[in-house]
Design a binder for this molecule. Sequence first.
Ligand code: GAL
Length: 413
Amino acid sequence: MKKQLISLAITAAFALPAAAEQSVEVLHWWTSGGEAAALNVLKGNLEKQGVKWNDMPVAGGGGEAAMTAVRARVTSGNPPTAVQMLGFDILDWGKQGVVADLNALATKEGWDKTVPAALQKFSKYNGKWIAAPVNIHSTNWIWANKDVLAKSGVTTEPKTFEEFIAAAEKVQKAGFIAIAHGGQPWQEATIFDGVVLSTGGIDYYRKAFIELDPKALNSPTTLKVFQRMSQIRKLVDKDFSGRDWNVASGMVISGKAGFQIMGDWAKGEFINAKKVPGKDFLCFRFPGTQGIVSFNTDQFAMFKLSDPDKAAAQMKLASAIMDPAFQSAFNVVKGSAPARTDVPDTAFDDCGKKAIKDVAEANKNNTMVGSIAHGHAVPASIKNAFYDVITRHFNGQIDDKKAVADLMSAAKN
Ligand code: GAL
């Protein structure tokens, strides 16, 4: 009898049509320890809803390699379900009409009311939502090893560019690497974001690097920006070339170096290494940029797909990303601030609380500007041309004056 029942059950199980499994294939560049930990929060969230996660990581900070991979996939007629994207890249895909319309979901969930306007500019194309923002990162941060600073006699947080250079020189003299840096174009451009803001202020930043005003670009301020980049160049170690950003973060974490100038994804590495802000490490705004947030926001855009199960899974992913509880859990690990204004800061550490407060104030005071380095100031063609100039200058191939001239030409790309 028992045997009969079992065989009946088995037959019934095979007779039932298999429930179609919903899945998403997600292309992203979150491959460092801290980034992967944050991504796991999203993976777990979706898997709880019965959506299988097919991971498509493309290593390379800043996402250049990932964007090349996306283009190849779309060209071959096999786009991934969802893609991590930044700023102008999202708008470019919107223009090509290949990304899914998230408007119905956005209206149902009221995204318009909770996502800051500065972000919405990149989440919408022709007034329609085409991407779900998962965070607000900013690039004008410095990360420091507290113990190294104490041993070097740096007792106060530098508030101006000059004070920062003086502090870094002290660290160098004490026998440490002053600034941990990875010599890759996007990392040099990330430093550049802070130096531009600190040197010329927010109006100059907007005029020169968002409006591409030739007068502002070809000015003594831009020359000073490059002079300051040269000052920073003297404070990095000789092996900086080609180093990944998270390896540079590791140098600060382990006490080899004093500072790293990097966006707040660096905090993800410190947290992943079980370091505590205020106790083991310090976070402060790039000196001279206090009150300003040069932001970049990771968003997920979905490519149009005809399979209804896959399309339904895309909407589940978008909805999961916009969930306030998820935005808190994810950004606590990622180092960023939530992409919504209604997420409490209770679960965040001191650096996270500061990031959230800074974003709220900058949003109110109109001092939030898109990062040049991370695709929120100018389209990719100009961004890449800027990278080229900034990197050639940082590597001593062109002097400060020539860098200004080359930047002018780059702006015409
Ligand atoms: C940024 C991205 C961050 C972080 C970083 C390094 O462009 O917005 O989320 O991952 O690259 O990979």
